[in-house]
Design a protein around this ligand. Sequence first.
Ligand SMILES: Cc1cc2nc3c(=O)[nH]c(=O)nc-3n(C[C@H](O)[C@H](O)[C@H](O)COP(=O)(O)OP(=O)(O)OC[C@H]3O[C@@H](n4cnc5c(N)ncnc54)[C@H](O)[C@@H]3O)c2cc1C
Length: 480
Amino acid sequence: MVVVGGGITGLSTAFYLKKKAAENGENIKIHVVEKADRFGGKIRTFRRDGFILEEGPDSFLARKEAALQLCRDLGLEVQLTGTNPDARKNYILRKNKLHLMPPGTMLGVPAEITPFARTRLLSPAGKLRAAMDLVLPRGNDEHDESLGLFLRRRFGDELVDHLIEPLLSGIYAGNADLLSLQATFPLFHDLEKKHRSLILGIMKQRKQQRIRQKQIAPDGKSSKHPSMFLALNSGFDTLIKRLTEQLERDGISLISEALVTQVEKLQENGRPHYQIKLTNHNAIRADAVVMAAPAFATQKLLSKLIATEPLSQIPYVSVATVGLAFNKDQIQHPLDGSGFVVPHKENRFITACTWVSSKWPHTTPEGKLLLRCFTGHSGDERHKDLSDEEIVTRVLKDLADIMGISSEPEWTHVSRWNQAMPQYLVDHLSRLGEFESRIKDQLPGIMLTGAGYYGVGVPDCIAQGMQTAEKVLSYLSDEG
Ligand SMILES: Cc1cc2nc3c(=O)[nH]c(=O)nc-3n(C[C@H](O)[C@H](O)[C@H](O)COP(=O)(O)OP(=O)(O)OC[C@H]3O[C@@H](n4cnc5c(N)ncnc54)[C@H](O)[C@@H]3O)c2cc1C
């Protein structure tokens, strides 16, 4: 069988397929085909002068089990590190001033009243409107709706524009008003259904979590303030290195610098096989094909075999990240947190800045500081037309205005991510469900997986890899 795309989803699919097949005493020949000269897709780490700069993801959500599980399976658990406990503050820009993110919010939705009442981030009218969530009735729509419009209905525009949207933007680089509630934050829909008010629902949930934690750790020590995010202290690409080494040991053929250009359906004794054509390599025949490339690439490959319009309704946004290294004495602004996010309404070039050396101290040598800025989101991809130098100039202009940084960094590093962030638009899940049934009927043995479909976070991608491995095994055993 063939996996198209050697990002974290494709590699995890191959890893769990081999593992589960071996547990059943089966042996499957697996090829992973990747167009780039390296594996890992969006996971890429840049090292210079003792710094470790993540160009794509820097960490993963600890509460989503799959990434932790893969690290355990690869013996990488010892390299996992949480965020610096002294840098848990986060800031948000409003009118050129950094405001502390009110503690006790969940993705900007308040779950504690006092810090929310005190914050200067929102006007008194904005706070009152947000508090109306406590009394507003449930919505009566069972269908999918826009995440932004749902949140505006519950909390009003100010909370959404100045708190929730910049946090969401960090995950999807998207426009909340266009994104699907069901595909991005189904939890919000469930909370409204169950508790009517999101604020009351989140408060109740947190109380239950605290009780559960107390039950697990009666001394209150071990799980009192666990880190929400985990990183690998040797760099995120260690995961890819370890994974590809293991796959090679398992006899999986890893083919890089090979663009899959065509998937052909061949009929043999009633059951379909596929011929995978690729550059720089002989074609491969396969009884199952896992499409783990971005949706637009998969669309191109399947368009001669099946109507692929649902895939064209998954647009991708381009973003760039910029690493900036400084000497400690070059920045006077206190870096007493993880960094700040910038609402689109502030009309800045950057959408966020991570104070990397504070958040992840393992990344930065003694006496130095490391920042990482983000640019680009749905509706603003102007960085695509700029040179690296121009991008750095615009980033430095924003940092001068916001943090008062006026000196030149020791070095900078721009990472461009073209068509990188999939946008789950309203009705994403129903369109995808219909498309997958169509594939099952017309192209049995072809499976879709990866960030374009059921979750963009690294743990979601690994979880999809695990599920796809199960699906492939079940398909191959049915077939026999
Ligand atoms: C800047 C940035 C920051 C992020 N930060 C975080 C974070 O902190 N935490 C987090 O959990 N997630 C984060 N994400 C999201 C996460 O990194 C991605 O969603 C995830 O890595 C995607 O993995 P994937 O394997 O599904 O896709 P990809 O990584 O895109 O892999 C797909 C692969 O398919 C290959 N390919 C495409 N077409 C073909 C073809 N025709 N033939 C052969 N190969 C092909 C591509 O070259 C690529 O390697 C971030 C993403 C970006 C861009």
